[in-house]
Design a protein around this ligand. Structure first.
Ligand SMILES: *Cc1c(COP(=O)(O)O)cnc(C)c1O
Length: 384
């Protein structure tokens, strides 16, 4: 059976070009990038070349503003805890949103247990942060605002420039988790006024276990990982050279394809939604209809258990997801949909389709054919 992968927001396959670029750095070019001899220098050169490619994808910004870390989760922890610690004498209040990834929410909870206060601003029905609530939450002791660029479950994109401008005006550091947005939509961290920005390699066809935090020169942040002088004394630990090389290659490839691949994916995504709407009654889309990632479609199949729909799709070789990969397996419904005002039942009936490079029009047409009988069968079962 030909499997169809529609879960690219959870992770993506490593592109062959990326794998090829990485391979030498596991064997022949194994040097430690901090060593001064020729082995070390070769590794250092590769790391700095990758840093330039990462900087170009989210800018151009200056390569020295890019600090490599072990992924999106570490970058988010680094940003939130590192900024909170560095600014602790200025204030201990942080503002974030109710729809953040757990990699931001959990560090915020940790800080709350350690003397900080956090305001979680609400979002509207389409998942867009309430700007007035955000402004209203600002206090004299607010030191950090962290709002994600695009949501992993619904794809909804936030008005990042507006939020960044507001934060700058009030002299507050602004962090954005751009793990889902980087490589999918155009980003210029410097021009957009972003202070800190997290990105991850495995969401853009690079290897897992590597990511970066963009740190604008004006941003005050303490190191999160201690143990050496690596990464300009900002993140200790021997550099993951093959990972960094792969991440750099993935960024280089993504940069040239944002417009074209974005147009292709949004056409496929809309084809999928129109196909579902045409043949299945009582469906609703979760998320903003326009301000949304080109690859993401979150559908509420009313009266159906989302988990059952996913299992049945899987039997047909179709891999989709409910909510985010991090919370699937738990019986809790999505905190993102809940914050949008989607009721518990509807949240549990929702399925996320996240498209990517591996998908073709034929795939989408097959999915459109497979969905209606599955939903119909599940609805009969539930009614009797
Ligand atoms: C995947 C993801 C993360 C975590 O990144 P990892 O590299 O998997 O640690 C953080 N934020 C968002 C929005 C994500 O989608």
């Amino acid at each position: 059976m030909n499997n169809i992968y529609l879960d690219h927001n959870a992770t993506t396959p490593v592109r062959p070009e990326v794998l090829k670029a990485m391979a030498p750095y596991y064997a022949d070019e194994f040097g430690n990038a901090s060593s001064l001899h020729s082995f070390g220098r070769k590794a250092r050169e590769a790391v700095e070349h990758a840093r330039e490619n990462v900087a170009r994808l989210i800018g151009p910004c200056e390569p020295v503003d890019i600090v490599f870390a072990s992924g999106g989760t570490e970058s988010d922890n680094f940003a939130v805890k590192g900024a909170a610690y560095a600014l602790k004498d200025k204030g201990r209040h942080i503002i974030t949103s109710q729809i953040e990834h757990l990699a931001v929410l959990d560090p915020c909870k940790f800080l709350e247990e350690n003397g900080y206060e956090v305001t979680y601003v609400p979002v509207d029905r389409e998942g867009v942060v309430d700007i007035e609530a955000l402004k209203g939450a600002v206090r004299d002791d607010t030191v950090l605002i962290s709002i994600m660029f695009a949501n992993n479950e619904t794809g909804t994109i936030q008005p990042i420039e507006e939020i960044a401008a507001m934060a700058r005006e009030k002299g507050i550091l602004f962090h954005t988790d751009a793990v889902q947005a980087a490589g999918k939509v155009q980003i210029n961290a410097e021009k957009m006024g972003i202070g800190l920005m997290s990105i991850s390699s495995h969401k853009i066809y690079g290897p897992k276990g590597i990511g970066a935090l963009y740190i604008n020169k004006k941003a005050k942040i303490s190191p999160y990982m201690h143990g050496g002088h690596h990464e300009m004394k900002r993140r200790a630990g021997t550099e993951n050279v093959p990972g960094i090389v792969g991440f750099g290659k993935a960024c280089e490839l993504a940069r040239g394809e944002i417009e074209k691949e974005g147009a292709r994916l949004s056409a496929l995504r809309d084809r999928l939604w129109n196909g579902i709407k045409k043949d299945v009654k009582d469906v609703e889309m979760n998320g903003h209809p326009v301000k949304r990632l080109p690859n993401t479609l979150n559908v509420n199949f009313k009266y159906v258990e989302g988990e059952s729909a996913l299992l049945n799709l899987d039997l047909k070789g179709i891999a989709a997801s409910g909510g985010s990969a991090c919370t699937s397996g738990s019986l809790e419904s999505s905190h993102v949909l809940k914050a949008m005002g989607v009721d518990e039942a509807a949240a549990k009936s929702s399925v996320r389709f996240s498209l990517g490079r591996t998908n073709t029009k034929d795939d989408i047409d097959k999915v459109i054919r497979e969905i209606p009988p599955i939903i119909e069968r599940l609805r009969q079962y539930i009614r009797c």
